[in-house]
Design a binder for this molecule. Structure first.
Ligand code: 8DG
Ligand code: MG
Length: 165
């Protein structure tokens, strides 16, 4: 039987998710995620997640897990590049949240902000198995199904823009 490359990728991602879920259940530990508000004019980049084990089908910021030995800024630049192809600059730490979502899921999320190195760059959907696509959203008009902790933060008045009152 010949398996198409796309199906193989999907299988790989499913396997990774299963492994993640299994690890969480076997040895629960906080996970460190880095999520990046990329600011362009008065908009922010969101992508709709596919069926990942956490936050499936919700809109979230580009980002991922902090790797061993990595700074927050390095992680932000790497994840943004891997997921969107964009190069970012002026990467700054904004805040962190501690989200205990269930008996097995405890996320510490580091929120960063950044600007596009070249403002004309267009986001590409480099990991189509993980994301349905990227788009710029006004913060007053964020997608309905934004990932819970992120939505709560924004609804609570958090604003990633500098000089926001
Ligand atoms: P990796 O495991 O390949 O390093 O990264 P990933 O596959 O891109 O990880 P991810 O699920 O996108 O993100 C890492 C963790 O951060 C995950 O537990 C979910 C959590 N997270 C939030 N809010 C956000 C957000 O706005 N964007 C992203 N990408 N992740 C978020 O709690
Ligand atoms: Mg990600």
């Amino acid at each position: 039987m010949i398996i198409a490359e796309d199906d193989l990728n999907l299988l790989r991602i499913k396997l990774q998710e299963l492994q993640h879920t299994k690890n969480r259940a076997m040895s629960p530990a906080p996970e460190i995620g880095v999520a990046v508000f990329i600011l362009k004019d008065n908009k922010v980049l969101f992508g709709r997640r596919r069926s990942l084990s956490i936050a499936a089908h919700t809109y979230a910021l580009p980002g991922g897990h902090l790797e061993f030995g990595e700074s927050f800024e390095e992680c932000a630049a790497r994840e943004v590049k891997e997921e969107t192809g964009l190069d970012i600059k002026n990467i700054e730490l904004l805040t962190a949240t501690n989200n205990i979502l269930s008996d097995t899921v405890h996320l510490v999320i580091i929120y960063m902000r950044a600007r596009l190195s070249d403002p004309d760059q267009i986001p590409q959907n480099i990991e189509p198995d993980k994301c349905e696509g990227w788009d710029w959203y006004d913060l007053n008009n964020v997608p309905e199904r934004t990932f819970g902790p992120l939505r709560a933060m924004l609804q609570g008045g958090f604003n990633p823009f500098p000089n926001a009152s």
